[in-house]
Design a protein around this ligand. Structure first.
Ligand code: ATP
Ligand code: MG
Length: 137
């Protein structure tokens, strides 16, 4: 059974969409096994998204992720990483399939409501960034 790191981003927490987004995960068979609301600093957001450091949108992305609280969560299920990304939809909401979180809720390619780990190694690193082993049951 697989685990992945999900973040409900500031645009969604500000619009009070945590419950509606969580319902999408649960309807898809993903179990929310850990969850906390936190305020990232810009530096912490930059550390989390370090892989995008050279991209033109990096600074904007870090500002955005620190602009309001986020909800960090661990989702568990069969093929959780791929399933979560399916439920999220494409990065740009204009390309996201109907019924996906980003199609329904995202405001733009940057303010796109959710993050999901993209592979087993990044999922393990990202889960460890936010949660201790004791918090994962
Ligand atoms: P995430 O990693 O957040 O789950 P993703 O894997 O679909 O999203 P990435 O290519 O990893 O997309 O980009 C990380 C994040 O950077 C995107 O979710 C989005 O918030 C932001 N981003 C990506 N492309 C752009 C862009 N062209 N302009 C502004 N922001 C962008
Ligand atoms: Mg990504």
């Amino acid at each position: 059974i697989e685990r992945t790191l999900s973040i409900i981003k500031p645009d969604a927490t500000k619009r009070n969409l945590t419950g509606k987004i969580n319902a999408k995960f649960e309807d898809a068979g993903l179990r929310i096994i850990a969850q906390k609301r936190i305020q990232l600093t810009k530096d912490q957001a930059g550390e989390f998204y370090a892989v995008h450091k050279e991209r033109p949108f990096y600074d904007e992305l870090c500002e955005f992720m620190a602009s309001a609280p986020v909800v960090a969560q661990v989702l568990e299920g069969e093929g959780a990483i791929a399933k979560n990304r399916e439920v999220m939809g494409a990065t740009n909401p204009a390309d996201a399939e109907a019924g996906t979180i980003r199609a329904e809720f995202a405001e733009s390619v940057g303010e796109n409501s959710v993050h999901g780990s993209d592979a087993p190694d990044t999922a393990a690193d990202e889960i460890a960034y936010f949660f201790s082993g004791l918090e994962l049951v």
